[in-house]
Ligand binder design. Structure first.
Ligand code: EPU
Length: 456
C-alpha cells in the first residue's frame, strides 16, 4: 500500500499529465501520441523534379466548415486538407454541439443540435480562425461567446471590424472576462464599410448576413479567392450572395439554408510555396490540381526573376528554375496584390538571387520573424520598419533554425532545400497547421527530407 503523501503526489502528477494530454487533444494541436516537438531535417542541394498534387485550401476549408452552423442537417465538404487547424475547427464545432467526422479529405458535419454558443480560449488561442463562428452563431442561435484572440506571432490582428459590422446589423456586443459576448434577436441587413479589407471579417459578415432580415452591403470587402469560395458554398445552401471577389458584396438575407455539399478550391499558398521551391532548387516541377490564376501576382514576379512557368491546362502549371534567380522587389497587398502569406517564401528565394530585393510588408506589422533564422543560414538581410533589404548571396548554409509561424516555417524549408549541408527546422507544429503531408510531397520530388522527433 502506498503511503498517503506519495499516493497524493502520484495522483497529482497523473492528474496533471492527464489534463495536459486532454488540453493538447482539445486544442487539436497534436494528435494523441504524436510528439509536439517534431522537427524536419533537410539535406539541401537536390534539384527537385517531378509532379506534386495540391491539397484543398486551408483558408477556404475553415470558413466553409463554419458555414455548416447556419443550417440544420448533414453537410459534406470535400477536399478538406488533413491539417491541425482542420482538427481544431472540428473540435470547436463539436464543442458547439455539432457532430464532426473527417475521413480521407471529406468533412461531415451534423448540425441539428447546436446547443452551445461558446468558443473557449483554449481553441481560439490555437487558431484565430475560430472567430469565424461569431457571425453564424449569432445568426442561428442569437448568441455567441467567443474568446477575444490576443495578438499573435505576426501582428496584433484585432477583430474590431468584424464586431463593428455585427453591431451595425443590430447585435449587442460586450466584452466579458476576455470574451466577446454578442446577442441579437434577428440580425438585420446594413451597409457596412471596412476601413481595411479584412478576409475573415468579410467572411464572418457574409455568413451572418445570409440569415439576416433584409439586405447587407459590404463595401471595401476582401476579394481573396477564399472569400469567393465561401460565397459559392453559401449560394449552394440557398444564400443570396452577389459580388464576392469585388469590392462591394451584396447579401440578401433568407429565412433558412440547406446543408452543404461542396468541394473546396486548391490551396494557392501551398501552390505558391511549391513554385518558389522549383525556383530556388533550379528544379522542374509540374504542379497539379491547382488554380494558377489565383497566383497571378506571384507568377509575374517569378517570371521576372527568371523562373519559367508554363500553363499545361486550367489546373496544371509547370515551373522551371534558373541556375540562380535575379533579385526583384515586392510589396504585400490585399488580393489581387502580392500575398502576405507568400512573403516569407519569396524572401527565401530572393536571399540567393543576384542583386538586391526590397520587400515591403504592408498587411501585418510583425511578419519578418523568419529573417533572423534566414540570417543564421547566411542570408544577408536588413530590416527597417516594414521594409527588408535582401542582398542576394551565392549560397546558404544549413543550420538549426526555429519555425515561428506557419509561413515562416515554409520559408525555412525553401531555404533549407538549397542550403549546403543539413538544416534542422524545430517547432514543426506551426507547419502542420497549414501544409498537408509536406515532407512526403517533398520526398516525392527528390528532396532529402526527414521528420524526426526531438531528442533524435
Ligand atoms: N484588421 C483590422 N481589424 C479587423 C480585422 C483585420 O485592423 O477587424 C487588419 C489586420 O490587423 C491586418 C489586415 O486588417 O492588418 C488584414 O487582416 P485580415 O483580417 O484580412 O486577416 P485575417 O482574416 O485574420 C486571413 C488569413 C491569413 C492571411 C490574411 C491576409 C484565414 C483564416 N487567415 O487572416 O492567413 O494572412 O487573411 O491575407 O483566412 C495564414 O494562412 O498563414 C494566414 C495568416
Amino acid at each position: 500500500m502506498l503511503c498517503l503523501p506519495l499516493k497524493a503526489l502520484l495522483e497529482n502528477t497523473l492528474g496533471v499529465l492527464k489534463e495536459s494530454f486532454f488540453a493538447f487533444a482539445l486544442a487539436g494541436l497534436f494528435p494523441p501520441f504524436a510528439c509536439p516537438m517534431d522537427k524536419l531535417v533537410i539535406k539541401g542541394g537536390a534539384r527537385l523534379h517531378g509532379e506534386v498534387e495540391i491539397s484543398g485550401a486551408k483558408n477556404a476549408a475553415l470558413p466553409i466548415m463554419v458555414a455548416s452552423l447556419l443550417t440544420s442537417g448533414e453537410s459534406v465538404i470535400k477536399r478538406v486538407p488533413d491539417l491541425a487547424d482542420v482538427k481544431t475547427m472540428g473540435k470547436l464545432l463539436e464543442n458547439l454541439g455539432a457532430a464532426f467526422h473527417y475521413e480521407s479529405g471529406t468533412a461531415m458535419i451534423r448540425t441539428e443540435r447546436i446547443n452551445k454558443h461558446t468558443a473557449p480560449y483554449e481553441l481560439v488561442k490555437t487558431m484565430r480562425a475560430s472567430v469565424l463562428v461569431i457571425g453564424p452563431l449569432l445568426a442561428r442561435t442569437g448568441r455567441a461567446k467567443v474568446s477575444l484572440p490576443g495578438g499573435c506571432a505576426i501582428g496584433a490582428r484585432p477583430i474590431n471590424l468584424h464586431l463593428m459590422g455585427l453591431k451595425k446589423m443590430g447585435a449587442e456586443i460586450t466584452l466579458e472576462e476576455g470574451y466577446v459576448v454578442a446577442r441579437a434577436k434577428r440580425l438585420r441587413g446594413a451597409v457596412i464599410y471596412f476601413d481595411i479589407p479584412t478576409v475573415t471579417g468579410t467572411e464572418n459578415l457574409m455568413m451572418a448576413a445570409s440569415l439576416a432580415a433584409g439586405t447587407t452591403i459590404i463595401e471595401n470587402a476582401a476579394k481573396e479567392p477564399e472569400v469567393i469560395d465561401l460565397a459559392n458554398a453559401l449560394n449552394t445552401m440557398g444564400a443570396k450572395v452577389r459580388g464576392a471577389g469585388e469590392s462591394t458584396v451584396e447579401i440578401v438575407g433568407v429565412d433558412s439554408l440547406r446543408p452543404l455539399s461542396y468541394c473546396v478550391i486548391p490551396d494557392r499558398v501551398e501552390t505558391g510555396t511549391f513554385m518558389t521551391i522549383a525556383g530556388i532548387t533550379g528544379g522542374d516541377i509540374l504542379i497539379k490540381n491547382c488554380r494558377a490564376e489565383h497566383n497571378d501576382a506571384l507568377i509575374t514576379k517569378l517570371k521576372e526573376a527568371g523562373i519559367i512557368t508554363g500553363q499545361e491546362n486550367s489546373t496544371t502549371v509547370r515551373l522551371k528554375g534558373p541556375r540562380r534567380p535575379s533579385g526583384h522587389d515586392i510589396k504585400t497587398m490585399p488580393y489581387p496584390g502580392f500575398p502576405t502569406d507568400m512573403q516569407a517564401q519569396f524572401m527565401a528565394l530572393m536571399s540567393i538571387a543576384t542583386g538586391t530585393s526590397i520587400i515591403r510588408e504592408t498587411i501585418f506589422e510583425n511578419r519578418f520573424m523568419h529573417v533572423a533564422e534566414l540570417k543564421r543560414m547566411g542570408a544577408d538581410i536588413d530590416i527597417e520598419g516594414s521594409t527588408a533589404t535582401v542582398r542576394g548571396v551565392s549560397k546558404l548554409k544549413g543550420a538549426d533554425v526555429m519555425a515561428t509561424d506557419l509561413r515562416a516555417s515554409a520559408s525555412l524549408i525553401v531555404a533549407g532545400l538549397v542550403a549546403e549541408g543539413k538544416t534542422t527546422i524545430h517547432r514543426l507544429y506551426h507547419l502542420d497547421r497549414g501544409y498537408e503531408r509536406i515532407d512526403e510531397k517533398l520526398r516525392g520530388l527528390g528532396a532529402a527530407v526527414e521528420r524526426l522527433r526531438d531528442g533524435r
